[in-house]
Design a protein around this ligand. Structure first.
Ligand code: GAL
Length: 676
């Protein structure tokens, strides 16, 4: 039986660095943690030198002593492979382990994640160390699970060392077999980029006008992801030989240029996430007009849930942000740590571990505060953790509960990465992504990110696939089947105009989706900068056609024009077509979604306020729902610095207070209520 994420309870933890503190502090620290309800610690992720102080010399005493103490105290431990910080002796003697910038200049020792996954030497070191750690610590009774590395692809997610060039050539060779196939796939005849030998194929380096062949870059992102996944698997495969029954492997994500679904499937038992909502209050990036602020982290948490329906938070904000050179943010206000912890739990976390126990008194992160400040004295944040400990015990019964959302946003890595390469794609994606999230939040619609191709669509009633520029036959077939079975699908502009290489298709648009949405697109354009807002009118309600306009034409007997453009170069032309398809319907909207447009869709598709009969909520609060054994647990979260009023429309039990509540009531600043 797993010690955490076992469906039995919500567990708190913290990140601890025995190597940062005098040994005399260890026992007291562990006792103080246990006293406030912290049952699990994560250790070791940056401590390579404590295991291999010199090449090939292994020593285990330091962590043996600590683990034995943890065992004695009854503290459970998540142990890490410390590969995010290769030692100085390695960087100096084997510079081939180092990553490089696009010009090929090496990143030097002094921060972290300076390695490249593709260095054969680094893989050798990793393999040997992981074997040693697994063999030595794998059976330790205090250990309940392992974290691989730390935040794969966080510090850097592009790799340009010599070993990356070689590995990229291998990747391309395996994928395309022949240079002709690669040249065809990348369209290298354009600007005479044709390759005549595999040795000419390089990672995308600096070029004039800073614009590398986009199809090559798309494959490069796939290659980076493949490199990270293979590196993680190298570690996981070794550790699995040594794990005790019930012990798990995880890592803390989620970062760019990485197929986190594949990573999880191949190497992990579940994904964990590092949640720092206080980024919303960083001094240099603060945007007063941003309505959602820290609430936006719910979007990230939904992304983690798309990978692991129930997950853990390996690092949860517990103090001010700050490296010595950047990211300055204030300390969480009283109640905000509680709010952010419950935000994580509301979205699927059954384990929440605070970063970090003590604030470090040296190094780059002296301002990245943990629970305790430099002196280690009892403080207000420690008291808040103790209070959170009491609160989460009242939520044990919902452990293992999943989202059960009826609305989803479809996504896939090909389109995510294509939008990184392609600014037309990025522009519509950014707009619709932000608008849809805002509309779902303001209308209290629990939703999931739904990842193609693997996700099971059957539980959803409404799916948005805002701008699937790249469509595949397999993915389209899955959508057709789901719509035919009764689903409601909404697609936005720029659908289906690319193939899997990111090349435009010589076809009537929206390409593979044309049959499903009953639409033809004779012409398209950005909204011109001097055109003002282009609007559409849908049965008398007006909403924005943002950024881009596909001029539509309904095709076939089941397709119906629902709205037309008002303004813009296609004024009067169809802007929205609904196609009845089997038992369901597909909507094609020719633009990107503004918030008002997304809200209009939610209302018309009867998806807005699904819990409106139980709760009347202002837009200032979030509603998140977890379901288990037929019971829905409704989390209402107030992110505001002020009190807000909500209305409970029939008597409901509130789990954190233990009271039955009914009627209008005030939620205090940062207060969270959990209704059942
Ligand atoms: C995380 C990282 C931690 C710590 C923290 C604060 O991304 O995993 O090790 O650096 O940020 O900067």
């Amino acid at each position: 039986m797993r010690a955490i994420l076992n469906g039995e309870g919500i567990v708190l933890g913290t990140c601890y660095y025995p190597e940062h503190w005098k040994k005399e502090l260890w026992a007291e620290d562990l006792s103080r943690m246990l006293a406030v309800g912290i049952e699990v610690i994560r250790i070791g992720e940056f401590a390579w030198n404590k295991f291999e102080p010199q090449e090939g010399q292994f020593t285990f005493d330091f962590f043996d002593e600590f683990l034995d103490l943890a065992q004695e105290k009854g503290m459970k431990v998540i142990f890490c492979t410390p590969t995010a910080t290769p030692p100085a002796w390695m960087s100096a003697k084997y510079p081939e382990i180092l990553n490089a910038d696009r010009d090929g200049h090496l990143y030097r020792h002094g921060n972290r994640q300076h390695y490249t996954y593709n260095s054969v030497k680094f893989q050798e070191f990793t393999r040997r160390l992981t074997e040693e750690l697994g063999a030595h610590y794998g059976s330790h009774p205090a250990i309940i699970g392992w974290q691989l590395d730390n935040e794969f692809n966080c510090s850097l997610n592009e790799f340009y060392a010599e070993s990356d060039t070689i590995a990229f050539q291998e990747f391309c060779r395996e994928k395309y077999r022949t240079l002709d196939a690669l040249n065809e796939a990348w369209g290298t005849v354009f600007w005479n980029q044709t390759y005549t030998a595999w040795e000419e194929v390089d990672v995308p380096r600096k070029v004039p006008a800073d614009s590398v062949n986009p199809h090559r870059v798309l494959d490069y992102y796939r290659f980076v992801s493949d490199s990270a996944c293979r590196y993680a698997k190298l570690q996981a495969d070794i550790l699995r030989k040594y794990l005790k029954p019930g012990d798990f492997i995880t890592t803390n994500g989620i970062f760019g240029n990485l197929d986190n679904h594949r990573l999880t499937k191949e190497s992990l038992d579940f994904m964990m996430y590092d949640s720092y909502p206080n980024f919303a209050y960083c001094l240099d990036d603060y945007r007063a007009e941003d309505f959602l602020k820290d609430r936006k982290w719910s979007r990230n948490l939904a992304q983690v849930r798309a990978i692991s329906p129930v997950f853990g938070i390996m690092e949860q904000q517990s103090g001010a942000n700050g490296w010595v050179n950047r990211m300055e943010a204030p300390t969480p206000r009283p109640g905000q740590m509680t709010l952010w912890t419950l935000q994580s739990i509301a979205h699927g976390a059954d384990f929440v571990s605070y970063f970090r126990w003590r604030t470090c008194t040296f190094g780059t992160e002296i301002y990245w505060h943990g629970i305790l400040d430099y002196s280690g004295r009892d403080n207000r944040r420690l008291l808040e953790v103790a209070d959170i400990g009491d609160k989460v015990k009242r939520l044990d019964r919902l452990a293992g509960a999943v989202s059960g959302a009826k609305v989803g946003i479809l996504q896939d890595y090909d389109n995510i990465w294509d939008a990184q390469v392609d600014s037309w794609h990025a522009r519509v994606d950014r707009k619709s992504g932000a608008s849809l999230f805002m509309a779902l939040q303001q209308n209290h619609v629990p939703f999931d990110f739904v990842s193609l191709p693997e996700a099971d669509l059957s539980g959803y009633e409404v799916l948005f696939y805002p701008h699937a520029a790249i469509l595949t036959k397999e993915g389209t077939k899955k959508l057709e089947d789901w719509v035919a079975a009764g689903g409601k699908l909404v697609m936005g502009c720029r659908t289906g105009y690319k193939d899997a290489h990111g090349k435009c298709v010589m076809d009537y648009l929206p390409g593979l989706a044309a049959k499903l949405v009953g639409t033809d697109i004779p012409e398209y354009s950005f909204v011109a900068p001097d055109e003002g807002k282009v609007m559409v009118s849908w049965d008398g309600e007006r909403a924005e056609a943002a950024v881009f306009c596909d001029q539509l034409e309904a095709v076939g007997e089941h397709a119906k024009v629902l709205a037309r453009y008002e303004g813009g170069c296609f004024a009067g032309a169809p802007a929205l077509v609904r196609n009845a398809y089997g038992a369901g319907e597909a909507y094609y909207f020719g633009a990107a979604f503004g918030v008002d447009t997304a809200e209009l869709f939610l209302r018309r598709l009867e998806a807005a306020e699904p819990y409106g009969e139980q709760l009347l909520l202002p837009k200032e609060v979030e509603l998140a729902v977890r379901k288990k054994d037929g019971t829905a647990y409704l989390f209402v979260l107030n992110y505001q610095h002020e009190a807000v009023e909500i209305e409970v429309k029939r008597p409901m039990q509130e789990l954190l207070s233990g009271q039955t509540l009914n009627g209008k009531l005030k939620m205090k600043p940062y207060e969270v209520m959990v209704f059942v």
